[in-house]
Design a binder for this molecule. Structure first.
Ligand code: ADP
Ligand code: ZN
Length: 434
């Protein structure tokens, strides 16, 4: 078996890294051409064979793969090895439609563990840490991914899974968890609970690895404040591996992509043209080592940009900027593109916490959008919380951010449902009419 435990790759000179990527890409193209009918047929249609792919410079010649392709090929169509060689499945959360099932060989799992181990090391973790994993376990990749990474590193792993906040806080304080892994919305929720109970002083937490959903810089500051930690972003998707495809280092300036396993590209979502560093577009990944579920040029629908600039941490791998949302997260209201993250930025800036819900509807031919936001417990204690004035202020800030009129309702604390996994921020009732 190839030894993939190679953290030194993260600081390899670019030339060497690209040579390695090229070798792996050439082998991967051959593997999919021979073992996945859809790839074979697409490549024949495009008039290319594996011999046309000599290295990463030829990546652009390959056809794209979309989420719809994966849904069409459900369940076994994209599996590139005999089922007897597979040892695990995981599945997407189904945030945007039918779930996708991904397969893993033992070697695929080893690589994924390695990526998550690198993520923990990247935020300053060592085998002496107590890694508290509050991502969901099961089909969702969050729990199994960070669990595997923590084991690989040799840290004491607390496989908490999500939910049961009481027990989370008890274990966290009793066992002295030092690194918390969960969704940012759940971290925020735990932070609020810990604050309400006055337990912050009893925590040993120093860092958090938060991902699986978009979150803003303002949210990062709030979580850091509430838990007294450094909060790091981690990104991944089931189709490519799971969490650990990329993770921030201690510079907190974009997520380093594990490029020896995943080659990123940013494309113009309309034309498919590859865009240069710094330009926002759709993130596309090619997984060059995965055997059971190898995807080439997979369109993630996540919007972000890349930078090859040197990072102060010494890693030479490319960094991706925090995805601002998915192209399919975007809601078009009154003809204007709106991302929940824009609304979140405004609310947090005005001192609210990230407890909000966006309701979109259509009355006749007119779109309506209403944002509900909770008062913080402190605001609610105020003798004159002056709700109408608060609402007016938010409406005006949202108008200047989005350019449209948004209705706002400020509601009492603890009235908007919390999520233990991925946060649900939008209720678009217009979908019901489709
Ligand atoms: P689903 O697509 O059903 O949610 P996954 O559970 O595999 O399935 O989630 C992967 C998606 O989660 C990514 O494509 C991305 O949209 C989102 N995501 C994961 N990590 C982050 C992150 N750190 N920031 C923003 N979005 C993220
Ligand atoms: Zn770095």
């Amino acid at each position: 078996m190839t030894n993939y435990y190679q953290p030194e790759i993260e600081t390899m000179p670019r030339e060497e890294l690209e040579k390695l990527q090229s070798e792996r890409l050439v082998a991967q193209v051959k593997h999919v051409y021979e073992n996945v009918k859809m790839y074979h047929d697409r490549m024949v249609e495009a008039g290319i064979t594996p011999e046309d792919i000599h290295g990463i410079e030829d990546l652009h010649k390959l056809p794209f793969v979309t989420k719809d392709d994966l849904r069409d090929q459900y369940p076994y169509g994209m599996c590139a090895v005999p089922l007897t060689d597979c040892v695990r499945i995981q599945s997407t959360s189904g945030t945007t439609g039918r779930r996708v099932v991904a397969f893993y060989t033992q070697e695929d799992l080893d690589i994924w563990d390695e990526c998550c181990a690198r993520a923990i090391v990247g935020v300053g973790g060592t085998k002496d840490d107590v890694v508290h994993v509050s991502y969901g376990y099961g089909l969702f990749t969050g729990g199994p991914g960070l669990n595997g990474g923590s084991h690989r590193l040799g840290s004491l792993t607390l496989p908490m899974s999500s939910g049961n906040t009481e027990r989370q806080i008890q274990f966290m304080t009793d066992l002295g968890s030092t690194i918390l892994c969960c969704t940012p919305s759940y971290a925020h929720f735990l932070g609020e609970e810990i604050k309400a109970r006055g337990l912050k002083d009893q925590l040993k937490l120093k860092a958090g690895i938060f991902g699986a959903e978009p979150w803003t810089e303002e949210m990062r500051h709030n979580i850091e404040e509430l838990l007294g930690i450094k909060a790091y972003d981690i990104y991944g998707l089931t189709e490519i591996a799971g969490p650990g495809v990329s993770c921030e280092c201690q510079a907190q300036a974009g997520m380093h992509i594990q490029e020896d396993h995943f080659i990123p590209e940013i494309i113009d979502p309309d034309t498919g043209e590859v865009l240069p560093d710094g330009q926002v577009g759709e993130l596309v990944f090619s997984s060059i080592t995965k055997k059971a579920f190898p995807l080439l040029r997979y369109r993630t629908r996540d919007l972000c940009y890349l930078t090859h600039e040197k990072c102060s941490c010494g890693r030479t791998t490319v960094r991706m900027h925090k995805p601002m949302g998915r192209s399919d997260d975007m809601i078009i209201v009154k003809g204007v593109n709106v991302f929940p993250s824009q609304i979140e930025t405004v609310l947090l800036k005005l001192g609210y916490l990230a407890n909000y819900m966006i309701y979109v509807d259509r009355i006749g031919t007119k779109d309506t959008i209403e944002v509900h936001v909770e008062l913080t417990p402190e605001m609610a204690q105020d003798e004159y919380p002056d709700i109408p004035k608060r609402e007016k202020r938010i409406v005006s800030e949202l108008k200047s951010m989005l350019g449209i009129q948004v209705d706002v309702k400020v509601v009492p604390p603890q009235t908007i449902q919390r999520s233990e996994g991925k946060a649900i921020r939008v209720m678009d009732k217009r979908n019901l009419y489709r």
